[in-house]
Design a protein around this ligand. Structure first.
Ligand SMILES: [Zn+2]
Length: 296
């Protein structure tokens, strides 16, 4: 980003926020903490240090292990100049069922992550092409979908439809948020209906499944993209392995519920490394733009 761009971003409060968030997770239960302490990769145990890891977009240069990252880091790696115009940032969860301690849990995750909810939504450019983007945060309540996450994802889709822009959603989620009960489950229907609206308007929806994506997120918009990409080694599934093991009483394959397994079964179109994600998304947006123009 140019100096002037940085100054402008600073005034918009974007630049300072991003940097604050990046240092935040390193101190708090992040897998990258292991690298900081042991100077090795938790997956392959080869020597690895923090600057080297950051340089490689938090992917182990030796074994290609993709570390979980925060939404603002994802934006930094995906959007042109890391510039992102966030919307619906003021939405905060209520406690519709008076679930014990729910407010406290939300407050604690807000403090821990600097986010207000488990998804960040906004508009940015990828290789000069304008897109709506939604990025989920597994660090916030396990990326669970309550009414706010469902609403923000839906608003992102509606905005894409209104502006005629493609939409990219990075998923990272344990499923629906149990503290909001039926209000959470209804988000599956709401977001799926919004996908249908995109379909009617011929707006392409690109899904990127990141580690981990499961439960109701997989069972709704996570599997409804026109193109579904996934990061290597990401856990992608619906119910957990133990639940299924216990139900069907059969030994499940070792790679069960990985992105690679889902690609083999036809649920994922392509596995894309983090370093190739930007150019892949750019190519897909461009390829679909012609079809969109033809339709109009
Ligand atoms: Zn490694």
């Amino acid at each position: 980003m140019s100096v002037l761009g940085k100054v402008r971003a600073w005034f918009r409060g974007e630049y300072s926020r991003k940097h604050k968030l990046i240092t935040h997770f390193i101190k708090d239960g992040d897998e990258r903490l292991f690298v900081e302490k042991k100077h090795e990769c938790p997956a392959c145990h080869e020597d690895l240090n923090q600057p080297e890891l950051e340089e490689a977009m938090y992917v182990c240069p030796n074994c290609n292990h993709h570390f979980r990252i925060t939404p603002w880091e994802r934006i930094k790696f995906t959007a042109d100049g890391g510039v992102f115009h966030e919307f619906a940032s003021d939405l905060e969860s209520q406690n519709p069922l008076d679930f014990p301690d729910y407010e406290k849990q939300i407050a604690s995750d807000m403090k821990k992550t600097g986010l207000k909810e488990a998804v960040v939504t906004g508009i940015c450019r990828i290789e000069r092409k304008e897109v709506v983007m939604a990025i989920m945060a597994f660090q916030f309540r396990g990326g669970s979908v309550g009414s706010v996450v469902g609403e923000k994802v839906t608003r992102a889709m509606l905005l894409a439809a209104e502006k005629g822009l493609p939409i990219v959603i990075f998923t990272a989620s344990g499923g629906m948020r149990m503290q909001e009960g039926i209000f959470s489950l209804m988000q599956m229907a709401k977001t799926s209906a919004a996908v249908n609206f995109l379909e009617e308007r011929k707006i392409p929806l690109f899904i990127v499944l990141t580690d981990p994506t499961s439960g109701g997120t997989t069972a709704s918009y996570g599997m409804l993209g026109d193109v579904i990409l996934a990061e290597p080694g990401a856990l992608v599934g619906f119910a957990g392995r133990r639940v299924l093991d216990g139900t069907i009483k059969e030994k499940l394959p070792d790679n069960f519920q990985t992105a690679e397994f889902q690609q083999e079964k036809g649920f994922v179109d392509a596995i894309v490394s983090r370093s190739d994600m930007r150019k892949t998304l750019s190519f897909l947006i461009e390829a679909h733009a012609d079809a969109q123009r033809a339709w109009k």
